[in-house]
Structures are given as C-alpha cells and as structure tokens.
Ligand binder design. Sequence first.
Ligand SMILES: *Cc1c(COP(=O)(O)O)cnc(C)c1O
Length: 380
Amino acid sequence: MTATTGRRRIPVIVPVLGEEEAQAAADVVRSGWVAQGPRVAEFERAFAETVGAGHGVAVSSCTTALHLALVVLGVGPGDEVVVPSLSFIATANAARYVGATPVFADVDLATGNLTPATIDAVRTARTRAVIGVHQGGVPADVDALRAACADWGVALVEDAACAAGSTVRGRPASAGALLAAWSFHPRKVITTGEGGMLTTDDPELAARLRRLREHGMNVSAAERHASAQPVLESYLETGFNYRMTDIQAAIGLVQLRKLDELVTRRRELAARYHELLADLPGLSPVRDPAYGTSNFQSFWVLLESGGRDEALAALAAVGVSARRGIMAAHLEPAYKGAGTVSLPNTERLTRDSLILPLYHDMTDAEQGYVVDVLRAAARA
Ligand SMILES: *Cc1c(COP(=O)(O)O)cnc(C)c1O
C-alpha cells in the first residue's frame, strides 16, 4: 500500500469513547438533573480513590483547578510562583489569575519536569508556591520536589493534568499531594469532554474548594434541592462558577473504569515504539524515569541534531498527524518581556522534539508506517 492510497489518516490521539459513555450521559439527561449533583459526587469519590487521595473536588477544567489551588493557598499580588515554561500555557496563566508573577524554571532534559535544582536556581524570597507538572504523563519526582519545597517553606501544587495512571515509586503520581490538579480534556488519557479535578488529603482545603467552585455558597445547590425544608444559603466569600455537570461526571465514571486498560495499552504501544526506533540514530524517545512509570499521554522524541520541522512536514505530507513538542510559555507573545533567565533544556525540548501518534486502537502497521516515514526523513 502506498502512502496516499487506502491508508486512513493517522491521528495523534483519539479519545476512547463508546456506547457505555453515551448511555451514561443519556441516563443523566433522562433523570432531569443535569448540573452538578449525585454523579459528580460519585465521580469525585471514585477518582480520589483511584489516585490515592482523600478528597476529590470536581471542577470545569484543570485550568480552573490550578486557579482555585492558588486561591486557597492565599497566593496573590507581590508573590512569585515558580512554574516550568515547558508546559501547556495554563500552568503559567494560573499564577497571573491571582495577580502573582509566574517565574520560569528550566526542566530536566530526560523527563521534561522541574527538579529541586532548577527551582532553586530561580526562587527568591518572594516565592510563595511552585507548580510542578507531570509533563506528558512522565511523573515528576514528587518526593524530591515536596521535600525541597517543605525545606524552603513554599507550597507545592502538582499539575497532574496528564498524569492519570502514571506512578511514582509504586504509588499513583500525586498521591499524597498537598493539592493536585487533573484534566479530563479529550487530549488526556481519560475524558469528560471538558473537566477537571482537585485532589487533596486535607478535608478543610477540600471544603473550601467546594465552596469556591460554587460562588462561595455555604451549601450546594444539589443539597438545597434535596432538602425537604427550605434552606437559605449564604455567600461566605467571593467564589466562582467552576462546576462540572452530572453529564460529564457520568461519562467520567465510565472512563475511570477503563483507565487501567487504557494505560496498559499506551505502555504497550510506547514499548513497541522504543523497539522500532532503536536503530534510528540521533533520536531519543521519552522513557520511564528511574523512580516511576509514565502513562505515555504524550510520546515525544527528541531529535538530537535538529530537523524537527522537516520531520513534522514529512509526516503531515503522508497523512500522519504529529505535533511539535511541548510548548514553552516564555517564548509566547503573552509572556514577552516576562524577565526570563536562560532555559536551555526547555528551549531545546520545545525546538527539537515532536509528539508521535499514539492511540488505543493504533495497529502495528500504522506504528511501523510512522517509523518508516521518520526513518526516510532522517536520511533526507
Ligand atoms: C492540558 C493541560 C492543562 C489544562 O487542562 P484543561 O483541562 O484543558 O484546562 C494544564 N496543564 C497541563 C500540563 C496540561 O497538559
């Protein structure tokens, strides 16, 4: 079969949604209660249990989860928040939402994640918090980051947007976090369309997060609705409408039951890429770090001697959707002039890496084809 005849387009990722999710959503619609209600509460309990956290607070996205995390920590104007530039831009934006200044730290070249050393290089007396990311599902060494942040008296928020199903030293990545923020966008391993979650072991933080996501109300709309007696709510502080709907949560409950299977399959496909790519010189694929396992939400390869854009073009020309590597916020117009120090690993990763297609029903032939195109591009 030639490149252009009979071969389906190869996408970069495909959400794994089926009849079960459609049925779960339809059941919620038929129930008449579609806003945040019993399915959200059930999804919060199930998700928190899966990721080894005491409490889950569902919200509208990981972006709003990160915002609320900084609000409950009391981060505000005059404070600095250390973030990796090498991340989806929402990580840095969260600091700006609370009026704080994001300060960019470099990342480890192999994992794409912050380390105590890269944070230490940019922290100041004004550093109030760090947002550590598990980039593309590659877990950060949270034990090292938590210990360093505790020493410095700085709060650590864990951006676990991509990390459902990743592990650190045998536990779910971000188990034991002060605050972790998760995403259920379709580009992640499990999805609710849009959606996010905060997890924490601290019941007081969880209670305040629940209030903040719902206009600062002391009692939820669902509780008022369920009560036989009139319940007069009051508004204890300025909150937000960051709620998830029961339709999303019902889909999420089905997705969560598939998580192990989805991660197992992604790891199988990643292992096969590692075999297929082994004889391509000058190309380093992302791997599990020594201390944990990735869910391979993103499978990136670093091209040691450049040529990334040419490789992307060669793939696109034959119907293979690849993506540039993870973006770097400090190179975007929105962060122009943000006073950035040198971030050599970040700049190298964002310039010279690309993300290869990896989706649940990807065939051996499709994977082989992607690697053949890369091999031909490397020769050219
Ligand atoms: C996707 C992503 C986000 C944003 O998630 P949303 O749910 O789309 O808001 C934040 N941080 C990282 C690292 C991400 O990959």
